[in-house]
Design a binder for this molecule. Structure first.
Ligand SMILES: [Mg+2]
Length: 164
């Protein structure tokens, strides 16, 4: 079974679509030489580290930033280098899977039956995940990409991890 995982998306979760409140700061980052602007709340790092410490879980990136999140996102909110779910390029909706379903398939494969919580904003990721064969016990905490990750999301994850 292994210890539980806490999977964290970046866009729409740590980097919301709009600035929800003043704690978010704008950062200019350059993953793979592309200039992007991201909004980050430095408190998210501590919230995630506390969640992992209190529940014995391991933090993992589940984002198309993949390893770039360790260079451009983690250090700006106080997170150490984390493992990441490898995500092949999305083949497009014409292949019969939505973006959320594509991501869910690779998350299910990589977690290999381990229990996990996943903070994710793709609306159909939960249903897609449940349909994946061999997926472990999990809780998908759906995040509104307009507001990003909140304390309520963390509490929901903590309650689930503690009650297992
Ligand atoms: Mg996202």
């Amino acid at each position: 079974m292994g210890s539980p995982l806490v999977l964290v998306d970046v866009d729409g979760v740590l980097n919301p679509f709009r600035k929800p409140h003043r704690q978010f700061r704008r950062h200019r980052v350059m993953p793979e030489g592309r200039l992007l602007r991201v909004l980050l709340d430095v408190r998210h790092g501590r919230m995630l580290l506390d969640l992992a410490a209190e529940t014995g879980a391991e933090l993992v990136w589940a984002t198309y930033w993949q390893d770039e999140a360790n260079e451009w996102i983690g250090p700006r909110i106080g997170l150490p280098e984390l493992p990441f779910v490898p995500l092949p390029p999305f083949p497009g909706i014409e292949e019969g899977r939505s973006f959320g379903a594509w991501k869910a398939r690779h998350v299910a494969a990589w977690t290999g039956g381990r229990p996990f919580v996943w903070f994710e904003d793709e609306p159909d990721a939960a249903a897609s995940l449940a349909a994946e064969p061999g997926v472990g016990d999990h809780l998908l905490v759906g995040v509104d990409p307009v507001t990003g990750l909140t304390a309520e999301h963390i509490e929901e994850a903590a309650a689930w991890l503690s009650g297992r």
